[in-house]
Design a protein around this ligand. Structure first.
Ligand code: ADP
Length: 746
């Protein structure tokens, strides 16, 4: 704001409306006039454009108008056009447009005569007051506009004129100052001008000392055209030579003006030179003389270069700040989507949508399921007409772990992929066949970035973004943004999966508790019933029928043992879980052990009429825990009889390369492929609980025991065709047990 108008001027203006009285108005007018006249001119010491800008500010604040506009012409120089509006800050840039809109009013007839016009700023009318700027009719015009119907009052019209006059004085001062500076600069330049004179016919050349100095040559240096060319900076040599040739051709009129760099042959200094000259021709158009001046512009060039560098840096910083802002906004929006739901499939679909709204033309998100299969969850295209191609892509070319698709490749390597400019050949190399490449081309893929979704060190999937627009070419910043997005998405997927797993674990635990209660309750009830049958008999002190007593006691003992086994299983689970499964190692012959277990099972085998054969041709001896292996064989045999449904059961024992192998085969109900993967997990029960009892712990414990021995357990099965469970054990016993008799396994 100008120095004419102090902060309390606004307050005064306010109260001016209210005052109303003539005396008050005169007082304010007087004050404003004094403040205007107190200064010798408006915009003293400024540039001509600065004076005009200040004038507009003074008018805006002093007259409280809504719009101020000025156009000033200058002989021999470009005119000045400026605008200012209190409610419309960007009007300054739109000054020429505003001038055009006001054009038909800016006429001599309307000078100093207010008129009402359509407001060029907004709907409604505006009172416009115009005045001439300067002495001549064509020297310029100033206009102010106000929405006030009463504008201008007499006092305001007077202030308007006085302000313009003050500005004209300031403007003339500024013009003079500029002219003065220009003359000074010319004088300075003249003092450091070098001259040259060239005779194209003889090749003779004369350079002033200053000219030689600008080429880094001493005053006594000999010069010719070759010296001239050699003294030029290699990068400017060709174009300067061409400019000389042009000037020496008569059609050019002989004019020569160029800026080039010289490189001093001795001092090695680079100087910027501005050269201007003229060639003269004889009647036949031959150049006979070529003369001109050279002038050092190194400082100017350096300042220009610095300014350009500064501007470029400023521009780059602004672009970077803008990009950072939009990246942060994008990530914030993505974060919102990712945190909204635990249904990660739906969430990833929404994320893909968000990507195609801002950072990609199309996007696909693939996730790995059950550690093997790749599933596409999110697929979106910014152009809805192209979405059918995405569906076709998914239907005909779903990414498989061995396909050349970028997502599959990344799942193999874990490395992010940035393909800034995708050629046709590259597209083909990422596709399975020509048809696949055709669909990708239909979708459009000029630039591609694909990043893995990694959480807790595991690659959960891949986010692939593609740009079809030439204007969007992915670079490092996009890769980083995609990685950040992928990191957040992976975390969301991981959380959702953990949540699902936790839910599943809770469901399994609840199911287990109900099965376990049932399993414990059954033998306990039977045991109690037998005891309760004995008690009245004992109380009656009667001679009891020994056969009936033995039968009852047998039952009690059988149910008691079953309870002990169930509780033992539960204890074993907690031992395996906490790594406290102790092994008592000793020399054990596996065939012997199997035969002992089978002997114990004879009553069951007879009851179920299950034919059993044992193949153990040679002794297989190792350092193992006998009772634990007994437990494994018992578990496998129990299952084979239970799920074998009376079909033959076959046990084989053998060894190869120091590894003992025990296989238990039945021809019963078998196990489906999906359940095979988890039969060794805790509480896994593939068969319905209603048909077959069991806690679902036997195989889990068996695996714990096999692994504690440094061995393994596996299953091969076909539903309806039976199962073969195989245990492999190193004969040397567990590796960690070397030299020790017992250890903690698990
Ligand atoms: P349990 O038999 O006590 O339920 P296991 O851990 O021994 O527990 O077995 C887990 C599940 O594996 C069983 O519930 C059953 O569904 C399946 N299974 C085990 N052995 C066999 C087999 N030989 N044939 C078919 N299914 C079997």
């Amino acid at each position: 704001m100008s120095e004419f108008w102090s902060a309390d001027a606004d307050k005064m203006a306010e109260s001016r409306d209210d005052a109303g009285s003539e005396v008050q108005r005169l007082r304010f007018l007087n004050r404003d006039l004094i403040s205007l006249f107190a200064q010798p001119a408006i915009g003293m010491g400024q540039t001509p454009a600065g004076v005009i800008k200040t004038l507009l500010e003074v008018l805006l604040s002093m007259l409280r108008v809504d719009l101020a506009y000025a156009r000033v012409t200058r002989p021999g120089e470009s005119g000045i056009e400026a605008a200012s509006a209190s409610t419309c800050p960007e009007i300054a840039q739109r000054a020429p447009g505003l001038g055009m809109a006001l054009e038909r009013w800016l006429k001599a007839e309307t000078w100093n005569t207010p008129i009402t016009i359509e407001s060029p700023l907004e709907r409604g009318e505006m009172r416009l007051l115009m005045g001439r700027f300067g002495l001549h009719e064509d020297s310029g015009v100033v206009a102010v506009g106000s929405r006030r119907q009463s504008f201008p009052t007499e006092a305001e019209a007077l202030l308007f004129r006085v302000a313009i006059n003050q500005a004209v004085i300031g403007f003339q001062g500024a013009q003079l100052l500029q002219e003065h500076e220009r003359v000074e600069r010319l004088a300075l330049e003249a003092a450091s001008l070098g001259t040259w004179d060239h005779d194209p016919l003889t090749g003779n050349m004369k350079w002033s000392d200053r000219c030689k100095e600008l080429f880094g040559l001493p005053p006594d240096a000999k010069v010719d055209y070759q010296v001239f060319l050699a003294g030029l900076h290699p990068e400017d040599r060709e174009r300067t030579h061409l400019a000389v040739q042009r000037a020496l051709a008569a059609e050019s009129g002989g004019r020569f003006k160029i800026e080039y760099r010289t490189l001093g042959p001795q001092d090695g200094i680079e100087r910027w030179v501005s050269a201007a000259g003229h060639a003269f021709f004889d009647g036949s158009g031959r150049a006979v003389r070529f003369v001109g001046t050279v002038f050092d512009i190194t400082d100017r060039k350096r300042a220009e270069a610095e300014r350009e560098l500064f501007l470029a840096k400023e521009q780059a910083a602004r672009v970077a700040a803008e990009e950072a802002k939009s990246r942060a906004a994008f990530l914030a929006e993505a974060g919102l989507i990712l945190s909204e739901s635990l249904d990660y499939e739906e969430t990833l679909k929404r994320l893909a949508r968000l990507c195609v709204c801002s950072i990609a033309d199309w996007c696909v998100i693939d996730v790995v399921q059950d550690g093997r299969e790749i599933r596409r969850l999110g697929g979106a295209h910014s152009d809805p007409a192209k979405e059918p191609f995405l569906r076709e892509l998914q239907r005909r070319y779903p990414p498989r772990s061995d396909s050349p698709h970028p997502a599959a490749r990344m799942l193999r390597t874990g490395e992010p992929l940035l393909l800034p400019d995708l050629s046709d050949a590259e597209i083909r190399s990422l596709c399975q066949d020509d048809e696949h490449a055709r669909i990708i081309r239909e979708l459009g893929a000029r630039s591609v970035v694909a990043v893995p979704l990694v959480a807790r060190g595991q690659t959960l999937g891949v986010l692939s973004l593609a740009s079809a627009s030439p204007g969007r070419r992915y670079g490092r910043a996009d890769l980083e943004l995609a990685q950040e997005l992928a990191r957040r998405a992976a975390m969301a997927v991981d959380n959702a999966r953990l949540y699902r797993e936790a839910q599943e674990a809770i469901r399994l635990r609840d199911e287990f508790l109900s099965v376990a209660s049932h399993e414990l309750y059954t033998p306990m009830t039977s045991l109690m019933l037998s005891l309760e049958a004995l008690i009245p008999l004992a109380r009656a002190e009667r001679i009891l029928d020994p056969r009936a007593v033995r039968k009852l006691l047998d039952l009690v003992s059988r149910q008691g043992r079953r309870l002990i086994r169930l509780i033992g299983d539960l204890l074993d689970v907690s031992r395996i879980e906490t790594g406290r499964l102790r092994l008592e190692l000793a020399e054990v012959e596996l065939g012997d052990l199997v035969r002992d277990v089978v002997e114990r099972f004879e009553p069951d085998l007879a009851r179920t009429q299950c034919p059993l054969s044992v193949r153990a041709s040679a002794p297989v001896t190792g350092r193992w825990d006998r009772s634990r292996l007994d437990q494994v064989v018992t578990n496998l045999l129990t299952n084979a009889i239970k799920f074998g449904a009376g079909t033959p059961v076959e046990i084989s024992v053998g060894a190869e390369a120091g590894v003992a192998r025990l296989a238990v085969k039945d021809c019963g109900i078998g196990i489906g492929a999906d359940l095979q993967a988890r039969v060794f997990d805790r509480f896994a029960r593939a068969a319905p609980a209603t048909h077959y009892g069991g806690l679902g712990l036997g195989l889990y414990i068996s695996r714990g025991i096999a692994e504690a021995h440094g061995g393994s357990i596996g299953v091969e099965s076909q539903p309806g065709a039976g199962s073969t469970f195989t245990v492999e054990l190193p004969c040397t016993g567990p590796r960690a047990a070397a030299g020790r008799e017992s250890l903690q396994g698990g």
